[in-house]
Design a protein around this ligand. Structure first.
Ligand code: GLU
Length: 511
């Protein structure tokens, strides 16, 4: 018993240790969020670094809050992020099932045994009574957790409560000694009994709570390391005590896992990033076109780094180097600009083919490409994509950057604000001279196009290059910011380029 109250007084885990078993165990409520992804990432990197086992478990015992849609989103997110797991949904494993909603008989059995062994007791206090006593304790400056009133009820007293129509919850009896453990991130932590009161493990209606099912499954599934957010730190001393009780009644191996609590993630205004924060939603990053490897690289930096001067790394590099002892306990700030810049770095690292390939769904979503793009469309994309690879931060930018090439000519429009700035009456001689020059041009490729336009506009009309090309850019690509102009014209082809220049000329306001 004494031994199991001070777990994790562990030597550092050796680099290769196949006995390592970690778990990622989200509850399927709402949309996956970045905090959850960071937890999954650190567990996964830890498991893979040590050559251990990654268990994926779904904690869906709260029927009122859990949803099938959220469950499916979790699985989809894990696949999109590129995580693999050795045990869990869709892959099975020796401790199946891995959805807690399918393990209710296990929890009922363990709860009964804890009760019989005296580690848990029936508590008949109503919520109102608990609230009133908590208030009174607070007012008197006393600890305000559960006061242990039902700890020593006799059978007669229980019978009276039952006769009053009260339904008991099951409450875990905390030991009355200090609980000390070595947090893998924070070092030695210790909790006094007055700060960790007895706590509910089964509701009055028989439904088991997180407080029970999470450590019971960790024990049964042989979890060796629990890496999770700091928000769960207060449940750790309770779980350590529960582990000792489970060992006594013969549930699990009897060993207590080591715990490591990952730092808080702070959002805007230095407030904790909440899962309801729009900035926290994983879907947002997927829709904007973050690469999974870019997003994960950034999330790794929320508490860890490969080396002081290395912000950008691959998941393989992270796995190779990951060390939970190097995780920083201080809160980490979520910095969207930094996240974007890391993503842009990863975009640049893709091969041109891969980059073009990853743009396809974004063009499809904007209906600029059909579900089955033609060979010609894919060829055009392969040529156009390299013009943007250095300029993009997220993949969805392709819609604005290359939309002009894929849009049906009859649906092409210029951005009204850009047109108002660039397609003024002054642009008339520029457009007219450009049309003439391009009509007369021999080979329609970037260098000759550039030479012809320079000659017509800069030398011919005496316009500074800075001003000469902007009206052309807006007329041809629809925007003042676009991929390189002469390459864009080539990809669009002479006919369509001239058609757009002529349409812009015709639409110019009169001087
Ligand atoms: N299902 C819990 C949650 O999503 C897991 C917490 C833990 O890792 O222990 O918060």
């Amino acid at each position: 018993m004494a031994n199991s109250t001070a777990p994790g007084a562990t030597p550092a885990t050796p680099d290769k240790d196949p006995s390592v078993r970690v778990r990622f165990c989200p509850s399927p409520t709402g949309n996956p969020h970045v905090g959850l992804v960071r937890t999954a990432l650190f567990n996964w990197a830890f498991a893979r670094h040590h050559g251990g086992t990654m268990v994926f478990r779904i904690e869906d015992t709260d029927a009122a809050r859990d949803s099938e849609d959220s469950y499916n989103q979790l699985l989809d997110a894990m696949r999109w992020l590129g995580f693999d797991w050795d045990e869990g949904p869709e892959v099975g494993g020796p401790h199946a099932p891995y959805r807690q909603s399918q393990r209710m008989d296990v929890y009922a059995d363990v709860a009964r045994r804890l009760h019989e062994a005296g580690h848990a007791y029936e508590c008949f206090c109503s919520t109102e009574e608990l609230d009133a006593r908590r208030e009174a304790a607070r007012a008197a400056g006393l600890p305000s957790g559960y006061d242990g009133l039902c700890r020593t009820l006799t059978d007669e007293q229980k019978a009276i409560f039952r006769a009053e129509g009260r339904q008991p919850i099951l409450r875990f009896r905390m030991p009355d000694h200090t609980i000390v453990f070595e947090d893998l991130v924070r070092g030695t932590l210790s909790f006094e009994p007055k700060d960790v009161p007895d706590y509910g493990i089964v509701r009055a209606n028989g439904a088991p709570l997180y407080t029970l099912v999470n450590p019971v499954d960790d024990a049964l599934m042989g979890i060796t390391h629990v890496l999770r957010g700091e928000d769960l730190l207060s449940s750790t001393p309770r779980q350590i005590a529960l582990y000792a009780a489970l060992a006594e009644i013969g549930v699990g191996s009897g060993a207590t896992p080591s715990f490591g609590h990952l730092p808080y993630v702070m959002g805007e205004g230095n407030k904790k990033l909440s899962k309801r924060d729009p900035q926290a939603s994983l879907n947002l990053y997927r829709e904007r076109g973050f690469l999974p490897e870019g997003l994960l690289n950034y999330l790794a930096l929320l508490g860890w780094s490969l080396a002081e001067d290395r912000d950008r790394f691959s998941m393989a590099e992270m796995v190779e180097a990951f060390d939970i002892a190097k995780v920083n306990a201080n809160p980490a700030r979520f910095d969207l600009k930094k996240c974007e810049s890391i993503n842009a770095d990863h975009l640049r690292l893709l091969s041109p083919e891969d980059f073009a390939h990853r743009l396809v769904p974004y063009l499809q979503r904007a209906e600029l490409l059909p579900a089955e793009p033609t060979a010609a469309q894919l060829e055009l994309l392969a040529k156009a994509a390299p013009l943007t690879q250095e300029r993009m931060v997220v993949l969805s930018e392709v819609v604005d950057m290359l939309g002009f090439l894929f849009v049906d000519p009859s649906a092409f429009t210029v951005d009204p604000a850009d047109a108002a700035k660039a397609l003024t009456a002054d642009a008339r001689p520029v457009l007219a001279a450009s049309i003439k020059a391009l009509e007369e041009l021999g080979e329609f490729s970037p260098e000759p196009i550039q030479a012809a336009l320079r000659e017509a506009l800069v030398e011919g009309l005496g316009i500074k290059p800075k001003f000469a090309f902007t009206p052309l850019r807006v007329a041809v690509t629809g925007r003042r910011i676009s991929p390189p102009l002469f390459e864009s014209m080539e990809l669009l082809g002479r006919r369509e380029t001239l058609r757009r220049l002529t349409a812009a000329l015709d639409a110019l306001p009169s001087a």
